[in-house]
Ligand binder design. Structure first.
Ligand code: HEC
Ligand code: HEC
Length: 423
C-alpha cells in the first residue's frame, strides 16, 4: 500500500527532493529519482514500525520508564524530589542564577517537561570569530541575583546584556521526557547517521557536534545546539549555570557579570557546594523518565505521516532510534521514537548566532518532535505559537521542505498537522 502511495505521488510530480537534483537530466535523473523513492519508502517503512510500536501506548507525561526495578523506581522518585527542591543561599544558590529548582523551568505539562521560560545568551564577533564575552559573564545570562533572597549574604542583582554585545539570542526551556533513552544510544550511531545523510540526502545532511571531554571527544546530543554530550554533564552544567551551585564536575563558580572579585563577599559556601549526589539524583530522574505518550492514531494521522515523509521532514526528524547494550534492562536495546537525529543542521536565518562546541551561529539541533502536542511555544526562541509557523520559519537546509509544505493541498496540510499533534 505504501509503495502504491509513493508511485502515485511520483506520477503527480510531488517533488520528493530538490529540483536541482532533477535538473541533471537523463539517466542520472532516473537513477536519482529511484534512489530518492527508495529512501522515502525506507522512511515510510520505518514509520510504520514507529506506529506499531507506539500504538496503544498508555503512559502519561512524567511516568517512569516501563520495566524499572523497585530500586530504580526509588532512584527515580528520590531524583524527582531533588529536581523539585528549591535551593537557598546557604545551599550555595547564586550569587547569580536563573532559577531556584530544576522544576521551576522544567514543569509543563508536569515535572520534567518544558515551559515558556526563555534564557538569554549574548556575544559578539571579534577578529572574525564568535566571542562569548566571558569578561562580562557571557554567553549565558543569569538574570537573578541573591540580593532579594531572605538569607542573602550580599546585595547583588541579576546580570544584564552588556553594551559590547552585538548578538543576543533567546533560548526556550526544552522538555526532558525520554532523554535517558537518547543518552543510551552509542555515539557511533549518530556518527553513522551523519555519514548516511551525507551519502543519501547530502542537501539536508547534519553533523555531530563533537565536544571535548576528559576522555577525548564525545557526540553532543543535548541542548538547542547539541552542545552537551551526556545527561550527567548537563545536570552539573545546569546546577552551576542555572542555579549557581558548584559540583565536582564543575567546581568553579560563575563570576557575576564577569566580576570575580564579588565571589569573596557573595559566595560563602565552600566549593564544591554539591558533593556530586545532587547531580547524580537529577541524572537518575532524567535517565528513568519515560518518553511522552503518543496521542490516538487515526486515519488522518496515518495520512499525515505519509505527507511528513513525502516533504522530506524525516530526513532530519528521523522517527526511530535504538539504544545500545545496557545493564539496565529498561534501557537495553530499546527502540524509541524521538523524530530527531540529534545532529546539528545549517538552518540559515533560523540559527541564533551563538557558537557552542563545533556548532556555528547558523547550526541548530533538529528539535525532537515527540511530545509536540504538549508544547505551547515552539522553536529555540519560542517565537512560533503554532506548528505551521514553526515550519514556515525553517530556512537553510530546511528551506526546501518548507517550500514543498507551501505547495500542499489544504487536506494534506490538515493531515500533516494531525500527525504532528499526535506525537
Ligand atoms: C531558568 C530555567 C531553567 C532551570 C532552572 C533549569 N533549566 Fe534545564 N533548560 C533550560 C533551558 C532554557 C534549556 C535549553 C538550553 C540551551 O540549549 O541553551 C534547558 C535544557 C536542559 C536540558 C537539555 C534537554 C534537551 O532537550 O537536550 C537538560 C538535560 C536540562 N535542561 C536539565 C536541567 C536540570 C537537571 C536542571 C536543574 C539542575 C535544570 N535543567 C534547570 C531552562 C532551565
Ligand atoms: C534540515 C533539517 C530539517 C528539516 C528537513 C526539517 N526540519 Fe524541522 N527542525 C529542524 C531544526 C534544526 C529545528 C530547530 C530549529 C530552531 O528552533 O532553532 C526544527 C524545528 C521544528 C519544529 C519545532 C519544534 C519545537 O519543539 O520547537 C517543528 C514543528 C518542525 N521542525 C517540523 C518540521 C516539519 C513538519 C518538516 C517538514 C516540512 C521539517 N521540520 C523539516 C530541522 C529540520
Amino acid at each position: 500500500m505504501w509503495l502504491v502511495i509513493f508511485t502515485e505521488r511520483d506520477k503527480n510530480k510531488l517533488p520528493l527532493t530538490s529540483n536541482k537534483l532533477f535538473d541533471k537530466g537523463g539517466e542520472k535523473e532516473q537513477e536519482m529519482k529511484f534512489k530518492i523513492s527508495l529512501i522515502m519508502i525506507t522512511f515510510a517503512l520505518v514509520g510504520i514500525i514507529a506506529l506499531r510500536a507506539t500504538a496503544g501506548n498508555s503512559l502519561f507525561f512524567g511516568d517512569p520508564l516501563p520495566g524499572l526495578t523497585t530500586a530504580q523506581l526509588n532512584q527515580f522518585d528520590a531524583g524527582k524530589d531533588e529536581f523539585m527542591e528549591e535551593e537557598t543561599v546557604a545551599d550555595g544558590l547564586g550569587p547569580v542564577f536563573n532559577g531556584k529548582s530544576c522544576a521551576e523551568c522544567h514543569s509543563s505539562p508536569t515535572v520534567g517537561g518544558d515551559s515558556d521560560t526563555t534564557e538569554t545568551r549574548f556575544g559578539t564577533i571579534t577578529n572574525g570569530h564568535f566571542d562569548p564575552l566571558t569578561q562580562f559573564g557571557g554567553s549565558l545570562i543569569q538574570s537573578k541575583g541573591i540580593g532579594g533572597e531572605p538569607d542573602a549574604t550580599c546585595n547583588i542583582a541579576g546580570e544584564t546584556v552588556p553594551a559590547e554585545a552585538t548578538i543576543k539570542a533567546k533560548r526556550r526551556t526544552t522538555p526532558l521526557f525520554g532523554l535517558g533513552l537518547v543518552d543510551s544510544v552509542p555515539d557511533q550511531v549518530f556518527i553513522a547517521i551523519a555519514q548516511l545523510q551525507k551519502r543519501f540526502t547530502p542537501e539536508t545532511a547534519g553533523r555531530p557536534n563533537h565536544i571535548e571531554v576528559a576522555t577525548g571527544q564525545a557526540v553532543g546530543k543535548f541542548g538547542w545546539k547539541s552542545q552537551v554530550p551526556t545527561l550527567k554533564q548537563f545536570s552539573a552544567d545546569a546546577y552551576l549555570n542555572e542555579m549557581g551551585i558548584t559540583s565536582p564536575t564543575f567546581p568553579t563558580e560563575n563570576c557575576p557579570q564577569g566580576n570575580c572579585g564579588l565571589l569573596a563577599i557573595c559566595d560563602s559556601p565552600p566549593d564544591p557546594e554539591d558533593d556530586g549526589s545532587g547531580v547524580q539524583a537529577f541524572t537518575d530522574f532524567m535517565t528513568f523518565l519515560a518518553p511522552p505518550p503518543r496521542g490516538p492514531i487515526t486515519r488522518k494521522v496515518l495520512a499525515g505521516e505519509v505527507v511528513f515523509f513525502g516533504l522530506g521532514c524525516a530526513a532530519c526528524h528521523i522517527p526511530v532510534l535504538k539504544t545500545g547494550r545496557n545493564s539496565i534492562t529498561a534501557l537495553d536495546r530499546v527502540k524509541f521514537f524521538p523524530f530527531s537525529d540529534f545532529l546539528i543542521h545549517d538552518m540559515g536565518s533560523l540559527g541564533d548566532g551563538i557558537e557552542q562546541g563545533q556548532a556555528n551561529g547558523t547550526e541548530m539541533r533538529t528539535a525532537p518532535l515527540w511530545g509536540l502536542q504538549a508544547r505551547k511555544r515552539l522553536l529555540h526562541d519560542g517565537s512560533a505559537t503554532t506548528v505551521t509557523d514553526a515550519i514556515l520559519a525553517h530556512d537553510g537546509q530546511g528551506a526546501e521542505s518548507k517550500q514543498r509544505f507551501n505547495t500542499l493541498k489544504a487536506k494534506d496540510v490538515t493531515d500533516l498537522l494531525a500527525f504532528l499533534n499526535s506525537l
